[in-house]
Design a protein around this ligand. Structure first.
Ligand SMILES: Cc1ncc(COP(=O)(O)O)c(C=O)c1O
Length: 442
């Protein structure tokens, strides 16, 4: 007699009656959930997400910018299929293959910097930042890293340790990390943005001048910390100080790089020249792919010190090559600049009546290209209003727009770069409706 098949706990099996949300609650680990409303998705197309019942939503998150090229771009599909049909293995650890090498060459060609740089290939922004930060420590023999309050650089290892927006969950704080303030014009004391910038740069200088810093890591635009666009001169100011004190500048382009801000690289707005640049999210068009570009004396040694078995695998590398090609061919950075301006001016027009100075709930509207933040504040106190922001995001979803909240109270608008004008106009209308519905028209 054959043994009966093993019985698993009843809660692990699918049930015909259960919704996908109920099944998710039973099997997917909560540690990886950041849910704002019960969004179920069956498919996607460009800037549209489609629910199982067929309802179409305009996606203003692009899966936290990972789908920068839009959902289901045909060139990406083709790259995946072609690369999967006869893959030269699944790793670059102990063998070389064309896709990984060509991808690195093409990324270098698109990233300004001196000759002789190397490319690290990874799976996520987190491991790219982690590898780079460890490389800076290894090369200099110094342990201290300077980063920014409310910055986010990843959910693992050293990258998590340098993140001001921390998801602790058992991680031990890194005692060698110093966080300094990021300039936040809207929240500047006495509304003095210039003084706020000086304060931030002075804090950077105070730390770098101690001479024990392995590197400084910065976001060109504070994303998860509240979609904060820094004032002009911030990044160049930081870069000048890094040069003065001989400290490598690491620019984390993972979230808003690759065209989103209206230029291929977000750091280019300020004319800054980082020593090391990290990429992720949209680089893989939804597949796990990240990269870091930096000098060979940082990224070559110690050999074999940042190993992930399938990093640089041919499928992800082929997708990365396609993403870079499409960004250039379809002129997506230029499109992001134009689309972002349309979005921001649409919001300004429709939301002006809700501005705090008119007794409403919109404290600030800001953006660079298709990275836009809507700051929700209490009209009386002008303080952040996280519960109102969450309610507006939920109402927007009910009305057909997906938008998430960062920094506690800021609606983050980062749609796929291929969003069209009609979708932008519709999204603006829906957001205005959501604000009106939730705030009762004030
Ligand atoms: C600026 C920045 N860097 C790094 C990361 C980490 O990327 P990932 O979640 O893909 O590891 C994020 C994620 O939100 C990010 O916003």
């Amino acid at each position: 007699m054959t043994a009966p098949p093993p019985q698993h706990a009843a809660e692990e099996g699918p049930s015909a009656a259960a919704s996908i949300t109920e099944r998710d609650a039973r099997v997917i680990a909560g540690v990886q959930k950041l849910r704002y409303f019960p969004l179920e998705v069956a498919a996607g197309r460009g800037a549209i997400l489609i629910e199982p019942g067929g309802r179409e939503l305009i996606d203003l998150s692009a899966s936290w910018t990972a789908s920068g090229l839009g959902h289901g771009h045909p060139a990406v599909t083709e790259a995946i299929v072609t690369a999967a049909q006869a893959p030269p293995g699944a790793s670059v650890l102990s063998a070389v293959h064309e896709e990984a090498v060509a991808f690195a060459e093409e990324l270098l060609a698109l990233t300004p910097g001196p000759a002789g740089r190397r490319v690290y290939l990874g799976h996520a922004g987190s491991d790219a930042n982690d590898a780079v930060l460890r490389a800076c420590r290894a090369r200099s023999g110094l342990r201290r890293i300077v980063a920014f309050e409310k910055g986010y650089h990843g959910g693992t290892g050293v990258a998590m340790g340098v993140s001001g927006v921390q998801i602790n969950g058992g991680a031990v704080p890194d005692p060698h990390v110093t966080l300094v303030p990021y300039p936040t014009p809207f929240h500047a004391a006495d509304g003095d943005a210039a003084a706020d910038l000086v304060r931030s740069l002075s804090a950077v200088e105070q730390e770098l001048s101690k001479g024990d810093v392995a590197c400084l890591i910065v976001e060109p635009l504070l994303a998860d910390g509240g979609l904060v666009v820094p004032p002009d001169g911030f990044l160049t100011g930081v870069g000048d100080l890094c040069r003065l004190y001989n400290t490598p500048l690491v620019c984390d382009e993972v979230k808003v790089g690759l065209g989103r801000t209206g230029m291929l690289h977000a750091f280019e707005h300020d004319g800054a020249t980082p020593d090391i640049i990290t990429f992720g999210k949209s680089l893989g068009a939804g597949l796990p792919l990240s990269a870091a570009v930096g000098p060979s004396d940082y990224l070559d040694e110690p050999v074999g010190s940042s190993l992930l078995t399938t990093a640089g695998n041919p499928i992800c590398a082929a997708v990365g090559r396609t993403v870079l090609r499409i960004l250039v061919e379809e002129r997506l950075p230029e499109r992001a600049a134009v689309a972002g301006a349309r979005f921001l001016s649409g919001l300004r027009e429709q939301l002006v009546g809700y501005a705090t100075f008119q007794g409403g709930h919109i404290g600030d509207l800001r953006g660079r290209g298709l990275a836009i933040g809507v700051e929700i504040t209490n009209p009386g106190t002008q303080k952040p209003d996280p519960s109102m922001a969450a309610a507006i995001a939920r109402r927007a979803w009910e009305l057909g727009v997906v938008v998430y909240v960062v920094g506690g109270n800021v609606l983050e608008i980062t749609p796929p770069l291929v969003i069209d004008d009609a979708q932008i106009d519709r999204a603006v209308d829906v957001l205005a409706q959501a604000v009106s519905d939730v705030t009762g028209g004030t």
